[in-house]
Ligand binder design. Sequence first.
Ligand SMILES: NC(=O)c1ccc[n+]([C@@H]2O[C@H](COP(=O)([O-])OP(=O)(O)OC[C@H]3O[C@@H](n4cnc5c(N)ncnc54)[C@H](O)[C@@H]3O)[C@@H](O)[C@H]2O)c1
Length: 326
Amino acid sequence: MNILATGGAGYVGSTVLRQLLKQGHNCWAYDNLSKGFTEAVPDGHLIEGDLADYDKLVSVMKEKKIDAIMHFAASIAVGESCQMPREYYRNNVVNSLTLLDSMQDAGVGKIVFSSTAAVFAPAKEGASLNEESPKDPDSPYAFSKYAIERMIQHFSKAYGIGFTILRYFNACGADPTGQYGEAHEPETHLIPLVLQVPLGQRESISVFGNDYPTEDGTCVRDYIHVQDLADAHIRAVENMEVGKGNFYNIGTGKGNSVMEVIRAAEEVVGQQIPYVISGRRDGDTAVLVASSDKLKSELGWVPKYTDIKDIIADAWRWHKDHPNGY
Ligand SMILES: NC(=O)c1ccc[n+]([C@@H]2O[C@H](COP(=O)([O-])OP(=O)(O)OC[C@H]3O[C@@H](n4cnc5c(N)ncnc54)[C@H](O)[C@@H]3O)[C@@H](O)[C@H]2O)c1
């Protein structure tokens, strides 16, 4: 297939793009490089462009005879979105409308969209979240993602596009070769922040709250390796039909607490990682764990990385050789 990956120079998008190329698809990243990296994209597969540029999107889709879009491009930091809702709604919602418009006008009928576990309301104690779990997108970031989900559904109903919406839990890990990995600025994700301590970039890691109703009192999240995410995207795009839509949650189904991540990182790097317990953060919920049964049964997806230590080992291989990113 011919696939255009918006945000394909970013962390998740570039991982999926490289995997698509390996599996024989034609794929190009369409990225404005605001947060992405040319080094993450194999030569000849990067098209520099902005999501807001309708004319460029239409001409690229026509010229490359695109069959499907993978839509990764977004502003992604929850906290920042509360400070800058204008930028988040514009870049995520308005620019996604431009993308959907340009797909219509270029005759592209399929889209895979990167959504997030943040669209869900907190789960009842101990429960994992399936696709039908109640939604309550709280932050501007989460609400922008939910709005795009609904926009895609409405476009599908009215114009017959095919879609797959993948709701990621906590994306993490790096390419097993150590050549590519996670580079966000600012970094807000737990595993790279923890690894900044052994890299000498921070003295300790903050643990926001140890009085949650979890085994050790710290928040539990579902850490899903970026290679397993890539596998799900490829299954999604290969199985999608014009006019039909689907939603899948992607996680391992296994939660790890913040303290478990710190302890696992200590084992991987072979040194102690000092931490400081500070107060709870607004908006954090005790447990966010996916049920990915639907993805497994319908698309035959099985996560290869289910041990947090293996995920952190891949992340560490990348971070220790690229302490300042690409
Ligand atoms: N990383 C996670 O844990 C996680 C979890 C849930 C959902 N997601 C979603 O997955 C997607 C990818 O996340 P990521 O971690 O790879 O983020 P990232 O910041 O590494 O990648 C996003 C890419 O989009 C590009 N971009 C942003 N605005 C653009 C615009 N207007 N025009 C063109 N390019 C633009 C950036 O330059 C960057 O390369 C996002 O949509 C995010 O909401 C990520």
